[in-house]
Design a protein around this ligand. Sequence first.
Ligand SMILES: O=C(O)c1cccc(C(=O)CC[C@H]2O[C@@H](n3cnc4c(=O)[nH]cnc43)[C@H](O)[C@@H]2O)c1
Length: 236
Amino acid sequence: MILFTAATLKELKHFCSSMSGFDFQGSTGHCTWRKHTRMLLLTCGVGPLNAALGLQSFLAAHPQTDMVINTGIAGSYDLDLLPIGSVCVASAEIWPEYGIRTGPGPADPELLGFPLSGQDTSPVWNRIELDPRQMSNYGDVFNETLPAGWTAAASLTVAGVSGTLEVARELAGTFNAGMENMEGFALAYVCRNKKIPFSEVRTISNLAGSRNSRDWNFRDAFSSLARLPAQMFKNG
Ligand SMILES: O=C(O)c1cccc(C(=O)CC[C@H]2O[C@@H](n3cnc4c(=O)[nH]cnc43)[C@H](O)[C@@H]2O)c1
């Protein structure tokens, strides 16, 4: 079974709105069929804590979950690379807030000395690599190539959203990241620990760091969210 998750019901609703043969009843845990694929839905809540707790308990109740796909809206660090309404598929998820902070920039987890997990084998410090083509491993369900117009980029997950262009620029530059969100790393971390494939596809709603309404467009981001299934699923 494939689980689709988003922070809010509104995001999940838009994502599902144009799916043919899909009966969206709006409740977390609702299970439905799309053609021959069984799909689960989870509204995981906003922010990394809600996301990790929400997914962890959902997976405990639904151990048959084969793959998790996170969707929703996100901020762009570079509107030339990722304009408003465009689609970004994460090539890595990074949590820049974990570690020791010695200045205004991001924290350094290796200075702290405690990886989040995998002490002895493969430590997770603050970064999880993701395969932007993960979905193509499910070639009977999803298209085998990345849909035209999707851009792969590293994604930062923050509890404290960038509130100035300077903060956003510093984060983006340090990690060579394209988008900012509040849940992705937490979801990727839960999936990594449980060895469940994870993919993240978001649509851009704003310029990260800007609080100017000119740099925001929820309407375009939500319309774009509704077009994702037609682009990712085999035969629309
Ligand atoms: O009021 C603000 O300045 C503000 C800035 C960024 C995001 C918000 C939200 O209320 C949306 C949070 C929600 O959407 C995702 N999201 C969208 N854009 C961003 C962003 O630039 N930075 C971080 N998260 C973003 C996020 O995943 C949340 O689920 C308000």
